[in-house]
Design a protein around this ligand. Structure first.
Ligand code: S3P
Length: 428
């Protein structure tokens, strides 16, 4: 079992560049495969999740060449995919599974998709239900709620879908199916989730219609292969932003961070907690904005994190909980029931692991409370197979007295294989 040994840090210094965004890397491969002509991707994230998407498209007959983090996808147009000879395997990746379901639902062949133990526990009905309404047949365990799933695609018709959850994976799956459906397909969310699919569809020449929280696409329009440079993943940057805030005597420059406004809830929450962050060199690429972030330690105070901001920081709650542990007073996380169905039940796993460092917490149905301010002590922590739990606890360990051990850290490779290397660089 892989593990990390982490000592209390005296100060973190240096300049680091964050690898490509995971959500955007998946989508580049998907739209590149469905587009006509070549798509050249730079700063592609070479994480296990994104490689699962790549492998799935190869099984569907798409030629994809990768040299380090440059990827060339030889798209064959909307109707160029072939029936796969083998079952597709999304491994740990919810984004691969749910977005692929949208694409597979529209194909004139039968396919199967599965994943690892954690993925097989994650709910899929939120995607299979609207896709069935569009005309696809999807079967699997518990009425199609869990992988492995079998998808018999076909002629789809456009729908007006009101999603109960604010989920970019649900929205994207339905919109991708909508590319093939007759008429118009619209998705309305209770709160707007990350909009990478919408932006990239526009960049590939199929601009969706967006009004408030409703996004619509018309079927049958051709996507055109593009050149794309992916900005760094703010969800990965978040670990280093919080590390720089909570370890005294730090100064970190974090370069090339994606600052799409549907993802920057973490920055707003930290600023509200009193963080010293400078966002500089803002630049707007054709389809996604980026910036550099300078972090210095600061006195953080507890806050309330809930409501509309939640989808804009959902993946950063584990590391925000670490910031909360180091802040004065209590921090309440609410309206975050979605945490229960991530790579682990993050409400439970976060409370359990924070407690090991001596941080008091209280579990709520749709959130939790962190009672911050007491100096954390080194601990033996475990990932529960969840990459964001292990990286968050590794960051807390940098501020904890003595030595800590984080067990079962292989899962970090699903989103951020460079994490430990970058950590070593700034700890000296
Ligand atoms: C993602 C959407 C979010 C997020 C996940 C990536 C995406 O999931 O938590 O890590 O790329 O669309 P939900 O759509 O389930 O909220």
């Amino acid at each position: 079992m892989e593990k990390l040994i982490i000592h209390k840090a005296k100060g973190l210094t240096g300049t680091i560049t964050i690898p490509g965004d995971k959500s955007i890397s998946h989508r580049c491969l998907m739209l590149g495969s469905l587009a006509s002509g070549k798509t050249v991707i730079r700063n592609f994230l070479r994480s296990e999740d994104c490689l699962s998407t790549m492998e799935s498209f190869r099984k569907l007959g798409i030629k994809i060449i990768r040299k380090k983090n440059k990827v060339t996808v030889f798209g064959k147009g909307l109707y160029g995919l072939k029936a796969p000879k083998k079952m597709l395997n999304a491994n740990n990746s919810g984004t691969t599974t749910r977005l692929m379901l949208g694409i597979l639902a529209a194909q004139p062949f039968t396919s199967k998709i599965t994943g690892d133990k954690s993925l097989c526990r994650r709910p899929m009905l939120r995607v299979t239900e609207p896709l069935r309404r569009m005309g696809a047949s999807i079967t699997g365990k518990d009425g199609g709620n869990y992988t492995p799933l079998t998808i018999s695609g076909g002629r789809l018709q456009g729908i007006n879908f009101r999603s109960k959850v604010a989920s970019a994976q649900v929205k994207s799956a339905v919109l991708l199916a909508g590319l093939y459906a007759s008429g118009k397909t619209c998705v309305t969310e209770p709160v707007k989730s990350r909009d990478h699919t919408e932006r990239m569809l526009g960049y590939f020449g199929v601009k969706p219609d967006i009004k408030g929280n409703t996004v619509c696409v018309k079927g049958g329009r051709e996507l055109k292969g593009r050149k794309i440079e992916i900005p760094g993943d703010i969800s990965s940057a978040a670990f280093f932003i919080v590390a720089g805030l909570i370890v005294p005597n730090s100064k970190l420059v974090i370069k090339n961070v994606g600052i799409n406004p549907t993802r920057t809830g973490i920055l707003e929450a930290l600023l509200k907690m009193g963080a010293k962050l400078k966002i500089v060199n803002k630049r707007n690429r054709e389809y996604e904005p980026a910036a550099d972030i300078i972090v210095r330690p600061g006195n953080l105070k507890g806050t309330l994190i809930g409501g509309k901001i939640i989808p804009r920081l959902i993946d950063e709650i584990p590391i925000l909980a670490v910031a909360a542990a180091m802040a004065r007073g209590k921090t309440v996380f609410k309206d975050a029931g979605e945490l229960r169905v991530k790579e682990s039940d993050r409400i439970k796993t976060l409370c359990t692991e924070l407690n090991k460092f001596g941080v008091k917490t209280r579990e709520l149905k749709n959130g939790f409370i962190v009672y911050g301010g007491a100096p954390p002590k080194g601990a033996k922590s475990i990932s529960h197979g969840d990459h964001r739990i292990s990286m968050s606890m590794a960051v807390l360990a940098l501020a904890a007295q003595g030595v800590s051990e984080i067990k079962d850290t292989a899962c970090i490779k699903t989103s951020f294989p460079e994490f430990f290397g970058l950590l070593k660089k700034i700890t000296g």
